[in-house]
Write a protein that binds this ligand. Sequence first.
Ligand SMILES: C[S@@+](CC[C@H](N)C(=O)[O-])C[C@H]1O[C@@H](n2cnc3c(N)ncnc32)[C@H](O)[C@@H]1O
Length: 237
Amino acid sequence: MSFDRLAPHYRWMERVLTGGKLQRCRLAWLGEVRESRNVLVVGEGPGRFLAEAARALPSVRFCCVDASAAMLERARVAWANAGGKPLRAQFVRAELPAWQPPAGAFDLVVTHFFLDCFPPESLAAVVTRLAAAARGDARWLLADFCVPARGAARLRARLVLWAAYSFFRVATRLPARQLATPDACLEAEGFRLMRRRTSDWGLLYSDLWQRGAPASAAGPTSDALAPGLRAASVRPP
Ligand SMILES: C[S@@+](CC[C@H](N)C(=O)[O-])C[C@H]1O[C@@H](n2cnc3c(N)ncnc32)[C@H](O)[C@@H]1O
């Protein structure tokens, strides 16, 4: 698996195919994590989230991890162009779940459109590995795709995901063949869902999870907002 070949094309393809929808998902809860200090951003790709975070969180330190050297270099350039100071960001080329992050070092984990790269059998290992790097009260931002429970929105989502997985399988040799949802893995690591916003007919969602939050502080369950998300995995057609 490698996103190197795709890296020069990733941003224009996103712009043409999805407009600003994915970026709105990435930034949905950025305003809620302003007091973070050490942030782990994994599978960041060309750095669109990182550039906004550099501006919105000016005193935060970032560790940006990606398996693709070409993606990582673009993220570094995006960071610098956004005025991010070199000392505030570290760029690490590494592959999950093999990479061993420092234990309990981060108060925020960010995985945007990254967990969908993994088949169900390795998703839990990736979440467990990243959770080990998170503090006991850490938060986790994630944006990704999902499949609504029923109707035309479900059919549309299945078609879009079938096309997307077919493309990424050829372009990057992505190991995942279907969408696996990370909710149960996050809950097993002590995170609770605090906020969830779905968009684009239920195809996209943005989450804020918090570790160690009392049940009373948790937001609506994913069942309430997007029943399709509770499935362990959802096959494209
Ligand atoms: C679909 S792109 C998402 C990029 C970006 N986060 C976004 O919001 O569009 C997935 C990114 O994760 C990286 N990636 C995929 N599998 C990985 C792995 N096992 N370990 C580390 N990075 C990985 C890829 O190189 C790529 O940059």
